[in-house]
Design a binder for this molecule. Structure first.
Ligand code: DMJ
Length: 472
């Protein structure tokens, strides 16, 4: 990483750098892990994992990369990926897969590929896959369970989720993709399924207006009172504001739910540290845990994109809050030796945006902090967001690039790094795409026309009085 901020001042140089990073990540995946879900860059082999089932879906990195390759103009690589979808993406597998992960990566990835390219192949595949997800909703409440066997249609809850519950960030992160599935298939069932989830959530009593992370798909009641803007809760909130934006600002219900939730979050979770850093604490039955996960750092961008549609007297406040959260997340990066942020950082026992537990010190190529830089750049054009993005690029190059790809690291606080041997598929779909967009002009995937699903797959805003068929 010899490029510096001055060369980066040339708007063509930085996107080119991300393109080279993407090509490097892709080439190594292709060489050593083709068709598997992810690359293990140290052992130079493929990883299957359990998110998509041992005998389940394959090629997660290919599906997650389609749109990034296309947007970057890496056409040879995009064509290889497309050909794999045509010849090798097997949707008839009998594996046990996470409904949430299949939705955000496969459904989201195929939808974006279709909308960007107009290739019928992607439309056919995504509609075929959508149908296979429907049995997960066959519960007494219609709240889907977390795991589904794509072959048999049977579904069940994660063994680790308390008392057979479903998880807010999982059943609450289907709306964008399912509305588009209805658009493409002309089948209202997908929208009905997600509207039913929303109806139940609107009706149920919420402690202090907050949404706990676990809900029983049988009784429709909260299972315990743990609230988090990080893991288990995160993208539920993201999909509220994005549902409103994706509906061309017609989905008033999503809008009201989002701003009410945000008020409850501000009243109960948003804190200021002794050192002046704004953060989102976690809430356990009324008791605050002064911890913020890397995952929660997406909220800078979320609050930013929602700022303009808030009550007029709140707009500047929301933009300021978004900037403060993004600043705190940047601090979690600058306070480490590697300039990458830990999985979770704390604000107690004298800690200020640093991990205090060994088990929280890892960084697995996650995108959320860079995602917020990208949105805040688009919204404010404050050059600091590009500078912070570039710091992250240098850190990734220095500590995460290995001979055969990019790898997560086990401890961000030591420069004698230990690699985790995993190139996550979200590194290709999110981290590199958001970096590329951060350094590109605003008219590349403009926010006026696109919303990004939680895996950074762009979906078009559905214009009122305008059929999607007319999109092309
Ligand atoms: C991604 O799969 C998505 O961003 C999801 O919402 C949260 N976790 C990862 C990235 O960290």
């Amino acid at each position: 990483a010899t490029t510096n901020l001055i060369t980066c001042g040339d708007r063509f140089v930085c996107p080119l750098f991300m393109l080279q990073m993407m090509k490097f990540a892709w080439d190594n995946y292709k060489r050593y892990a083709w068709g598997k879900n992810e690359l293990r860059p140290l052992t130079r082999n493929g990883h299957i994992g359990n998110m998509f089932g041992e005998c389940g879906l394959r090629g997660a990195s290919i599906i997650d990369s389609l749109d990034t390759l296309y947007v970057m103009g890496l056409m040879d690589e995009y064509n290889e990926a497309k050909e794999w979808v045509q010849t090798s993406l097997d949707l008839n597998s009998n594996g046990e897969a996470s409904l949430f992960e299949v939705n955000i990566r496969y459904v989201g990835g195929l939808l974006s590929a279709y909308y960007l390219t107009g290739e019928e192949l992607f439309k056919n595949k995504v509609v075929e896959l959508g149908e296979k997800l429907l049995p997960a909703f066959n519960t007494p409440t219609g709240i889907p369970r977390g795991v589904i066997n794509l072959g048999s249609g049977t579904s069940w809850s994660w063994g680790w989720a308390s008392a057979g519950s479903s998880i807010l960030a999982e059943f609450g992160t289907l709306h964008l993709e399912f509305v588009h599935l209805t658009q493409l298939s002309n089948n209202p069932i997908y929208t009905e399924k997600v509207m039913n989830i929303r109806k139940l959530l609107n009706k149920i009593e919420k402690p202090h207006g907050l949404y706990p992370n676990f809900l029983s798909p049988v009784s429709g009641n909260w299972v315990q009172h743990h609230v988090s803007i990080g893991g288990l809760g995160d993208s539920f909130y993201e999909y509220l504001i994005k549902s409103y934006l994706m509906s061309d600002k017609t989905d008033e219900d999503a809008k009201t739910t989002y701003y009410n939730a945000l008020e409850a979050i501000e009243a109960n979770l948003v804190q200021k540290s002794p050192g002046g850093l704004t953060y989102m604490a976690e809430w356990r039955g009324g008791i605050l845990d002064h911890k913020m996960g890397h995952l929660a750092c997406f909220s800078g961008g979320m609050i930013g994109i929602g700022a303009d549609d808030g009550a007029p007297e709140k707009r500047q406040h929301y933009l300021d809050l978004a900037a403060e959260i993004t600043h705190t997340c940047h601090e979690s990066y600058t306070r480490s030796a590697t300039k990458l942020g830990p999985e979770a950082f704390r604000f107690d026992s004298g800690a200020e945006a640093t991990a205090t537990r060994l088990s929280d010190r890892y960084y697995i190529l996650r995108p959320e902090v860079i995602e917020s830089y990208m949105y805040m750049w688009r919204l404010t054009h404050d050059p600091k967001y590009r500078e912070w993005g570039w710091e992250a690029v240098e850190a990734l190059e220095q500590h995460c690039r290995v001979d055969s790809g990019f790898s997560g690291i086990r401890d961000v606080y030591t420069t004698t790094v230990s690699h985790d041997n995993m190139q996550q598929s979200f590194f290709l779909s999110e981290t590199l795409k958001y970096l590329y967009l951060l350094f590109s002009d605003d008219d590349l995937l403009p926010l006026e026309d696109w919303v990004f699903n939680t895996e950074a797959h762009p979906l078009p805003i559905i214009r009122t009085n305008c059929l999607l068929n007319e999109f092309f």
